[in-house]
Design a protein around this ligand. Structure first.
Ligand SMILES: Cc1cc2nc3c(=O)[nH]c(=O)nc-3n(C[C@H](O)[C@H](O)[C@H](O)COP(=O)(O)OP(=O)(O)OC[C@H]3O[C@@H](n4cnc5c(N)ncnc54)[C@H](O)[C@@H]3O)c2cc1C
Length: 391
């Protein structure tokens, strides 16, 4: 294997959505000497390779709704069909269900983003059921439909970021766990892996669930973030939902489904605080999901979950992302805490991070909303366990 470069303008730690989107955006803005270091043998080995692939831009938090909308705009602008005519984004639409208060909150957030406001439409249960007949008998009070949401090929999106980063001059290295981050006083000056040491004045912490541990290596305090385990299951072939149907997500009762191959992808929206690792599947999760859906969505009773997996969504205490310069350690830049929206927002996250790095500050209102130092009760991360409460 080629030796590590002796120095880099920026070292991005982590090749998930956060790291690869940031590397691609940095090189697109002219920073050539970018080195991405990933501990695993492939990109997206943790959260980014385990997500549900729903591109959802109707989000209760107006800041995240705005970023998701910008992100999907960036994805669509570069979404040329491949040789088989396949694009990254399939605009199947999205249908969010809930009680009246939840749907009001979604629509209020959507109203703050002009392009989204024009797309988000309130539906009655009867109208929503006309769109997705499998909802007959399900208990929800209202719905929001958007045409521009949909399903993404998240592997293709991740690959696209990696290709763009490489084409822009970045070096991507796998099986390179960062084991030390050195400082000269209050300033980052090198990183170390088992293969060697790289001098750099800028380390981007895109470590996902491991971000707090990386902060500890740099002697930085971690914002309050907690990795939360969630399970996804796929079913055997099921013909009760049209293949082109929108994804359906009940934000009040906590479940979602979407077409996946000849069957469905199902989720009970479970979340359990979990240490940073590749989480195992809970042996009871499949049965718990089946029971929840049997009780709440009679139209899915024939869809039996077969195979499943779990992943970590790293959620900050206020549910917002952690993007920006560390308040104490110069040259340590956070791109973390992307929670359950990191695939949809990745292109926008990369853009914001690159602006923050190259221009010294994120644009308003993101600078304050995502500031790593915003939690008054921040706790020291000088240990490897996550801190803080889930949102
Ligand atoms: C079950 C589930 C469903 C989801 N569904 C959706 C969805 O439908 N839509 C959506 O938008 N989002 C969804 N998400 C959220 C999305 O997947 C995450 O927000 C996103 O993947 C986070 O990306 P990341 O790059 O921050 O983290 P990761 O993908 O975990 O990447 C971090 C990388 O850093 C590397 N790393 C850590 N420490 C080191 C080190 N010391 N040295 C080198 N490398 C290191 C890790 O190996 C890892 O590859 C879902 C997540 C889960 C778990």
């Amino acid at each position: 294997m080629a030796p590590l470069p002796e120095r880099a303008d920026a070292v991005v730690v982590g090749a998930g959505f956060a790291g690869l989107a940031t590397a691609a955006a940095l090189t697109a803005r002219g920073l050539r000497d970018v080195l991405v270091l990933e501990a695993e043998p492939v990109p997206g080995a943790h959260s980014s390779g385990r997500n549900a692939a729903m591109a959802r831009r109707v989000i209760e938090d107006p800041l995240l709704a705005r970023l998701a909308t910008r992100s999907l705009e960036l994805v669509r602008a570069a979404d040329d069909a491949d040789e088989d005519g396949v694009r990254v984004l399939r605009p199947t639409g999205g249908l969010l269900l809930g009680d009246d208060a939840a749907v009001d909150a979604l629509l209020a957030a959507a109203a703050t983003v002009p392009d989204l406001a024009a797309d988000a439409r309130r539906l009655s249960p009867a109208e929503a059921t006309a769109l997705v007949p499998a909802l007959a008998g399900a208990d929800f009070h209202a719905a929001v439909h958007t045409r521009e949401c949909g399903i993404a090929d998240s592997h293709a999106l991740l690959t696209r970021f990696a290709l763009h980063a490489r084409a822009g001059g970045a070096t991507l290295r796998y099986r390179e766990p960062v084991t030390a981050i050195h400082r000269d006083g209050g300033r980052v000056d090198a990183v170390e892996t088992p293969s060697g040491r790289v001098a750099t004045g800028l380390v981007v912490n895109a470590g996902g669930a491991f971000a707090s541990g990386l902060a500890a290596l740099a002697g930085a305090a971690a914002p309050a973030m907690t990795p939360m385990r969630r399970h996804l299951f796929v079913t055997a072939p099921f013909d009760g939902v049209d293949r082109g149907a929108p994804f359906v997500w009940d934000v009040s009762a906590g479940w979602y489904f979407r077409p996946e191959g000849e069957g469905l992808l199902l989720c009970a929206c479970d979340q359990t605080a979990w240490p940073p690792e590749a989480p195992p599947v809970d042996p009871g999760a499949k049965e718990a999901l089946a029971q929840k859906l049997d009780a709440l969505v009679p139209g899915l009773r024939g869809a039996r979950p077969t195979r499943g997996w779990s992943g970590l969504r790293t959620i900050s205490r206020d549910g917002r992302f952690v993007i920006g310069p560390d308040p104490e350690v110069t040259g340590f830049f956070w791109v973390a805490g992307l929670g359950g929206h990191g695939m949809t927002t990745a292109a926008g996250v990369g853009e914001l991070a690159a602006i923050g790095i190259l221009e010294g500050a994120l644009p308003a209102p993101y600078a304050a909303g995502f500031a790593p130092g915003r939690f008054a009760t921040s706790t020291s991360s000088r240990g490897s366990s996550p801190s803080g409460e889930p949102s």
